[in-house]
Design a protein around this ligand. Structure first.
Ligand code: ADP
Ligand code: MG
Length: 347
């Protein structure tokens, strides 16, 4: 397994930037998710890493070797990378066994070793009993497991996955997430996993790169993204809650500021001495009858175990969790705590 590194990597299509100076290092064995809305450049970054596209500028290294740069270009078949697509891309006329065996045949691995490695890959993906089936006789989840087995059978230096679960229904997605996790633990593969689903990224990845418009906005562990977003985009895209403007009114020590938020004075952790916004997660709101900040209940949905309330106060919509159902239109008291403040570059 190998580390991946992107330096000042850019890609333009017809003069339009799909990727704009990407810098990131992915450690060997790390499971990294690329998360962002449709069109932000996730697939382009994967295709450049695989060698299906040439960069417009910058450099890609795999295991310390430059595979794409100003004067180097290593073709896809020599990069030692496994790829899993949303569309499976299995050979329809080959059995499960033959599909998985194919990358080893191409690499001229001797028959006995080939059979042993295919058996191991099928066992790792829970497919041993389906080895003789044809792809048409498999469910969507089983097909995606075959694609995974096929890309792992040749010990790739890294595995790239482009929205591999997008075609599966919700229940199957959850169980396939377990398969990917287990797989990563057992193989220690370097994995780069593209998704637009923040729940999937937070659940699976060691670190998540949040992308927007061809740039990485924040690259951090899931709990850091959730607790300490760097800007309004990340705060809004990752996790539930609200982002509201804030103004400093005082300071208690280096990282704890007194802020005016929705007309209330609140103590907040902060990335910067002069923040512009706070991230207000549902856990940061307590409902209390005597709290001075009043809010109107505009929505109440049952999540199982608790209710999710949307609250309107001073033109802002907050999200809170509650043990009891609330009536739409009723007024509640809101107390804010454990906020995180940051300065948004766009103001
Ligand atoms: P994502 O995978 O995040 O949805 P993509 O990487 O597919 O985004 O696309 C990023 C941007 O680059 C989009 O604006 C898309 O239209 C554009 N793009 C991607 N591939 C091509 C291509 N082959 N030719 C022209 N534009 C492209
Ligand atoms: Mg894509």
């Amino acid at each position: 397994m190998a580390e991946l590194s992107f330096s000042n990597l850019s890609k333009q299509f017809d003069g339009v930037a799909a990727l704009d100076s990407i810098n990131a290092q992915i450690t060997s064995g790390e499971f990294v998710a690329l998360l962002g809305p449709s069109g932000c450049g996730k697939t382009t970054l994967l295709r450049l890493t695989a060698g299906f596209e040439h960069p417009s500028a910058g450099e890609i290294r795999i295991g310390g070797q430059t595979v794409a740069g100003a004067s180097q270009f290593v073709p896809p078949e020599d990069r030692g990378i496994g790829i899993v697509f949303q569309s499976y891309a299995l050979w329809p006329h080959k059995s499960v066994f033959s599909n998985v065996s194919y990358p080893l045949e191409v690499r001229r691995v001797p028959r006995a070793e080939r059979e042993a490695r295919v058996a191991e890959a099928l066992s790792l993906t829970g497919l041993s009993d389906l080895a003789q089936r044809m792809p048409s006789q498999l469910s969507g989840g089983q097909r995606q497991r075959v694609a995974l087995a096929r890309c792992l059978v040749f010990d790739p230096r890294a595995v790239l996955l482009d929205e591999p679960l997008a075609n599966l229904d919700l229940a199957l997605r959850a169980s396939m997430q377990e398969v990917f996790s287990m797989f990563h633990r057992r193989t220690g593969a370097t994995m780069l996993y593209v998704t637009h689903d923040q729940g999937e990224a937070l659940a699976l990845a060691d670190r998540v790169a949040v992308m927007a418009a061809g740039k990485i906005r924040q690259f951090a562990a899931p709990e850091v993204l959730y607790r300490e977003p760097v800007d309004c985009f990340v705060a809004g895209f990752v996790g539930d809650g609200a982002v509201v403007s804030a103004r400093r009114t005082g300071q208690t020590d280096r990282n704890l500021l007194l802020l005016n938020v929705l007309g209330q004075e609140v103590l907040s952790r902060s990335a910067t001495p002069e923040p512009s916004h706070v991230s207000v997660r549902p856990e940061s709101i307590s409902l209390s009858d005597d709290a001075p900040l009043r809010a109107r209940v505009t929505g109440c949905t049952y999540l199982g175990g608790q209710f999710r309330l949307t609250l309107d106060t001073a033109g802002e919509t907050l999200v809170a969790f509650a043990r009891q159902r609330a009536r739409i239109g009723e007024t509640v008291g809101v107390r804010l705590h454990d906020l995180w403040a940051f300065r948004d570059p766009e103001g």
